[in-house]
Design a protein around this ligand. Sequence first.
Ligand SMILES: [Zn+2]
Length: 250
Amino acid sequence: MSYVNYKGLVIKEINTGEADKIITVLTAEEGKISIAAKNARRAKSSLGAGSQLFAYSDYMLFKGKELYNMSSCQVIEPNYEIRNDIEKLIYCSHILELILDNVQEGEPSEEILQLLLNTLYVISKTNRPLNLVTRVFELRLMSLLGYEPHVISCVNCGKAQDENMYFDFDSSGLICKKCLNPRSRSFLLLPGTVKALKYIMCISPQKLFNFSLSQESIKELGEISKRYIKEHIGKEYRKLDYLKQLKLDG
Ligand SMILES: [Zn+2]
């Protein structure tokens, strides 16, 4: 039997049989993988903690016919704060849905795993605004998936400025007032939003969440991100609608 040793984060869990689970884990080496965790739902199971949604663990696995089987696991970060806070849980469920839909099986995903770990760390351990953290995650993920918008300068003339810039969905990037086609699908951005877009696309992963932003700019980022995801991925993500039902900020 051949064993592999992977670190990964649980992005989906399904109960099977009497006390078993099948989990989907995001790994650097193979992207999404499916793992059967036998008896993981029994109270004394040593596989229980590492089979919980959002847990990041070091797994010892052996390959079965269709799935990996979990032999042992060592939890590195349980991220239990997320499961204990309804607002954090809703944002993180949305984040996991984006990962589940857009990361393939068998495709190395080191940068996406790092982005996910950083994002969940900020959400679970800090009080940074959840809507801003989620927008940063979404836009950076789009970039890692190969849909990076052009935000350094005007896509047409190359002029770099923060004032009087529009986000143009037809050209997937910023466009200045002079180059703007009035019939294109675009909208004027606040200078703070332009600065934030540049920061999100260009900064190193370690500093990704180290900035603050006005509520107006966070709202603009949200409008861009939602529409940009819909255009490029072709799906409207609705989990954050629950926030409105709970009268929490979307
Ligand atoms: Zn221009």
